[in-house]
Design a protein around this ligand. Sequence first.
Ligand code: COA
Length: 355
Amino acid sequence: MAEIVKVAKGLENVVVDKTAIATTSSSGDLLYRGYKAIDLAEKKSFEDTAFLIINGKLPNEAESLRFKQAIRNNMKIDHSVREIMKINKEKDLMRNIRSMISLYPYAEKDQQGLFLKMDSIIPQLSSDTHNAFNGKPYKDGEGDGYSDTFFSMISDGKHKDNARSFQKLMILYMEHEFNASTFALRVAASTLTDPVSAVCSALATLKGPLHGGANSEVLEYLGSIKSKDDAKNYVDEKILKGEKIMGFGHRVYKRRDPRAQFVKGELKKIAPDYDLFQAAEAIEDYLWEKKNLPANVDLYAAILMKFLGIDESFYLPVFAASRIYGWNAHYFEQVNNNKIIRPAAEYVGPENLTL
Ligand code: COA
């Protein structure tokens, strides 16, 4: 019998495979294919970063234009599907995104092409689901690229000048090595299931409040924090009850989440006096003092999106619409060098029961 290796619960600090897509470097930076994610957010477009994640290199001019056009071509939803959504009237955007993506023809031979279709469709799917549920007309996005078009569909239209800040956030949400949803996708891919099924596993995993779901829960408490004392009282009470504060803590970043600090810097530039921003800073300072817990990206992402006039129901779909490009790269990295992911468990139940 092969040697048994026991690892930490939650696979904490366990390296399970190799990846060339992204890493958190020893200096605490998040790298996409070797480049700092924050540099890409500052200097590159969403599409060029997505191309890099998927193909391992930045595109040249012709590749960049072709890739952008391919995404644009795949962003639109069929009239017939829109009619189904009107009848269906689903409130939960993530549930509908998952259901609609599960209808893609999974047996398609061109798996890269199939992935690109799924990569491009989440903006319109979320916007249409929201509008169908609220009895509003469907809205076609406008804008030069993927994130600008998405932004035009879901923001209140008063912050067009800040579309680039939204794009930066989407770039930072794009990839994060073996996070829970990507790992779920890789487990599915390792069975050699199709891309559609693997993406559905990832979408289902992303939704949980300890993962992507945190960003829509942040605003539930921030609005009531009006002073440093409020922040202190809130944190003390949560710690006393042994409850988690959404938007804080991270499996990998124990001192500083570079994405959180980048988005915080963005908010400092465009909304320094925003009350939610000040409330977040007060909690961040106190939680660090009290428990050495850093803010994670979801804290400042939620505030940025709120400031940009985006309804909370879109926060998680925004994350999904970015991270799906990372999933795309991981699917092929897994299947191209595959071994089925099938760990074992230590059995602690009864044995030898008789009937
Ligand atoms: N609020 C309060 N305490 C927290 C906390 C939070 N958000 N995150 C971690 N802690 C505490 C834990 O209670 C634990 O304390 P203890 O050692 O006194 O028992 C310690 O910090 C370690 O936390 P743990 O949950 O074991 O870390 P993890 O690596 O397993 O989990 C997260 C990481 C992200 C799941 C966790 O930090 C969390 O639940 N955060 C809130 C949800 C969130 O914002 N998710 C988005 C992540 S990008």
